[in-house]
Ligand binder design. Sequence first.
Ligand SMILES: Nc1ncnc2c1ncn2[C@@H]1O[C@H](COP(=O)(O)OP(=O)(O)OP(=O)(O)O)[C@@H](O)[C@H]1O
Length: 466
Amino acid sequence: MSILIVDDEQDIRELVGDILQDEGYTVRLAANSDDCMAEINAEPPSLMILDIWLKDSRMDGIDILKTVKRDNPDVPVVIISGHGNIEIAVAAIKQGAYDFIEKPFNIDQLMVVVARAMETSRLRRENQELRRRDVASADMLGSSAAFKTLKSNLDKVTKSNGRVMLTGEPGSGKEMAARYIHSNSNRASAPFITVSSASIEPERMEEVLFGRETPERGVEPGLLEQAHGGVVYFDEVADMPLGTQGKILRVLTEQQFTRAGGTDKVRVDLRVISSTCRDLRSEIGLGRFRQELYDRLNVVPIPVPALSERCEDIPDLARHFIGWFHKTQGLPARSFTPEAETMLQTMPWPGNIRQLRNMVERVLILGDTSGPIEAHELPGTEPKSEAETGGLPLSGAIAALPLREARELFEREYLLTQINRFGGNISRTASFVGMERSALHRKLKSLGVVGTSRGGAGRGFTDYDE
Ligand SMILES: Nc1ncnc2c1ncn2[C@@H]1O[C@H](COP(=O)(O)OP(=O)(O)OP(=O)(O)O)[C@@H](O)[C@H]1O
């Protein structure tokens, strides 16, 4: 826990240093940008106090600030600006400075700002640690042979920096596998950022990925910059528009990019993990995916098995989800009868683990509140009757409803099933059900189905892209 004071005026540097040392802080001093960068590289401080005007320095204060915010975004930087230089101080805040104090400043003012900034720094570190532990504890479950092969493949790549391409059916656990690589790599304390290719409007893609710079709002970092030092996860790369594919390819080649509306080159250190449930080779054949990008992303291909290839894991996974819903939502902690367990292992699972998780949630919400879950409570196990001959059986619940409500119930169930089938991807669901994407969004909203953002740790049945 140290404070780095960067000022070219020896008097100020030492005076501030002495005061903070008297208050019990560990202090380091730098007179110019080279000393400053050497100190940061040796060990990032908990707080930086930076004079914006540095004489005889290779970099001025703003450049140092930009570098710190890029490489060590969690280090708060308090700017010291000359009296009357308020515009520069404001510009520094826009570049991410925590606060500024004007020269000449009094000691009390300095102490208040430092105490606040140190508290912020402490909270950020705590937060990061909690996030890290949270991800690490979101352990992947499984003991089947297919799962063990997956786990051993993932373990082989955690320590390298190689680009990984995870392939597998929707909902099979590709993102979970990517998070596992991240949380077991030396990038674990740096961010894991998901880019959900399908859910970003093509015309906003560049801004979302690369960020933007405007005179009014200053720098707004994009997802790639936010992932600096960590992992960027391209979820379903096949959905990435061709134009964006070209831009990503350039970033991967040059390791740098420019924010929309900006001129500065931004350098980023990223590990890239991608996923797809489609056959990218045929996408390339159809001219929908760029061969060069495929070659760069597909350095280490790792297949993620479908749930049907690891049926023996199903009971454990189902029990794990029951425990989770019990803990987080207070749903009843029920077990399964042996018949129900067998049924789970023999049912088709086109939506894989996500479908299993959604089904468990639904059974816990709609089913009895006590006793083990019986086979007949599982959806899809109702005795087939007219369904097989083309008619639609009406359950007592539906038959008892007025038409409008019955229709709503059916639409809700139907659309949730389709969303599940397409792994939460609204564009693909819309195209299958024959609706415009925006109309589908409106419909879901009117049915009370609210989406959560993709990329969060928990993705339930309401989890579809925006
Ligand atoms: N091994 C596992 N153990 C426990 N839960 C898992 C496991 N694998 C996946 N899950 C859970 O299954 C759900 C779907 O997983 P995930 O989002 O990683 O799938 P995906 O293949 O990335 O899906 P999509 O193709 O739609 O992006 C999530 O709720 C995740 O937490």
